[in-house]
Design a protein around this ligand. Structure first.
Ligand code: G3P
Length: 217
């Protein structure tokens, strides 16, 4: 499973990219607003940091508006992906942009039927929101598994981005359920790196070394 970071914070992107584990970036209007910076400036900066798919989201409600915004986003850089909400207007925009070879990521997906419609419209990616499903006591991971089954059964090329991930367990379970990609918030990356036995082991190795050879400079 590939790893994207779900943020518009360039410092966080730089940090995870430096580890060599980052395949792409997703943003949304909330994440861009949180940074308080201009949409295009932020996305341009991100394209210089990560050589992989970078999702920028449209804010129009109607297909024509989404198509116009989508074309503008796509023009910014060859790695840009147009993120479009899962509505009927959104699907019209996806099919038009797909015919122009513009990559799309259909977002706010909460069911396998929505994912199937997005895939049939020509979406490059679908983003089921695991965390928001599980917030309402639905099994988000089962939705990932169902979508993967359908995509495989009908040999559809659309890739699943497991989104709205809140915990390291949702990250692991997304991989296990067959998501092609997980988009992970910085805070979840930070938690998932750690294990108390790793820290304990490092402390013990260091203490044993220093007892035998003294402190290194
Ligand atoms: O990529 C979608 C994701 O950003 C939504 O996350 O935490 O707002 O549900 P969240």
């Amino acid at each position: 499973m590939k790893l994207f970071i779900d943020t518009a914070n360039v410092e966080h992107i730089r940090d995870i990219a430096s580890l060599g584990i980052l395949d792409g970036v997703t943003t949304n209007p909330t994440l861009i607003a949180k940074e308080g910076r201009d949409f295009k400036t932020v996305l341009n900066e991100i394209t210089s940091l990560v050589d992989g798919p970078i999702s920028g989201e449209v804010i129009s409600d109607d297909a024509q508006g989404m198509i116009k915004e989508g074309r503008d986003i796509a023009k910014m850089h060859p790695n840009m992906v147009v993120k479009i909400p899962m509505t009927k207007e959104g699907l019209k925009a996806v099919s038009t942009l797909a015919n122009e070879n513009i990559k799309t990521n259909v977002t706010l997906v909460f069911s396998a039927n929505q994912a199937l419609f997005a895939a049939r419209a020509g979406a490059t990616y679908v983003s089921p929101f695991v965390g928001r499903l599980e917030d309402t006591l639905h099994d988000g991971i089962e939705v990932i598994r169902d979508i993967r089954d359908i995509l495989d059964l009908y040999e559809l090329d659309t890739q699943i981005i497991s989104a709205s991930i809140r915990t390291p367990q949702q990250l692991f379970r997304s991989a296990q359920a067959g998501a092609h990609i997980a988009t992970v918030p910085y805070a979840v990356f930070e938690k998932a790196f750690k294990h108390p036995l790793t820290d304990k082991g490092i402390d013990a190795f260091k203490a044993d070394w220093e007892e035998a050879f003294g402190k290194s400079k």
